[in-house]
Write a protein that binds this ligand. Structure first.
Ligand SMILES: C[S@@+](CC[C@H](N)C(=O)[O-])C[C@H]1O[C@@H](n2cnc3c(N)ncnc32)[C@H](O)[C@@H]1O
Length: 222
């Protein structure tokens, strides 16, 4: 199940729809993201233009549908095969021909087929314990070329404090209803995650009361 606007949707049932109906429902769900993420779509469509982008934790692929229109190539990497099937189906319906798809059985050791010049993890790495997220990014780092532009959406510390500073095993309940693990990321922790090869270029706090989300943007310098 994945969030799609205010609804929750079972992917297996979406996959049974004919193309025309699937596209109709997908566009309906996408309206919610357009409203919430419009500023990101404007900014990152330009930033990712002409780059080979790797996105981990692509969900239903809404963001990649936008960014693949200007990127040279766009690769979705997910943990669930059914999501990969969905991503293949929806991008074919949108006639995207520059897509890659990676099913990661072990995200800390996955072998990617090429080097990338951009990276996008939107609401993903904060859902696993820090040590695991670090191992996953250390593996991804092997596939990011110098100059790679990297965007991470995380939850800011202020959101965790506003929730009463809960244990990370409980924080997910307030952020993503039933999610078993959510951590906050302040700048210090974020820099620890990516390491010294990555230079911070921008930080944007946004969403409800500007404490709902934080986007950290880095460039790989070596
Ligand atoms: C909250 S959803 C975010 C989806 C999408 N990026 C968005 O912004 O709407 C998290 C997604 O990340 C995937 N995921 C969770 N943990 C992951 C990990 N450690 N590495 C890669 N993907 C992960 C899940 O399967 C899910 O599709």
């Amino acid at each position: 199940m994945l969030p799609g606007g205010r609804d929750r949707v079972r992917i297996e049932s979406l996959l049974r729809y004919p193309d025309w109906l699937l596209k109709l429902r997908y566009k309906w769900f996408a309206r919610f993201w357009e409203a919430e993420r419009g500023w990101e779509y404007k900014k990152y469509s330009v930033v990712f233009q002409g780059r080979d982008i790797l996105e981990i934790g692509s969900g239903l692929g809404y963001d990649g549908i936008k960014y693949s229109a200007s990127a040279t190539s766009y690769t979705y990497a997910e943990l669930n095969l059914v999501q990969v099937d969905f991503l293949k189906r929806i991008t074919a319906i949108y006639n995207r021909t520059n897509m890659g798809f990676e099913y990661m059985e072990d995200p800390t050791a996955h072998v990617f087929p090429k080097q990338y010049s951009g990276f996008y993890a939107h609401g993903v790495l904060h859902h696993v314990p820090f040590d695991l997220a670090k191992q996953e990014f250390e593996n991804i780092d092997k596939y990011l070329a110098p100059g790679a532009y990297c965007v991470f959406l995380m939850y800011p510390k202020e959101r965790w404090v506003a929730a009463g500073s809960p244990d990370f095993s409980a924080f997910g309940n307030s952020t993503d209803g039933g999610c078993p693990w959510t951590e906050y990321y302040d700048l210090e922790k974020m820099q620890q995650l990516v390491g010294s090869k990555y230079k911070l270029v921008d930080v944007s706090k946004w969403g409800h009361q500007s404490i709902e989300f934080v986007n950290y943007e880095f460039v790989k310098v070596v």
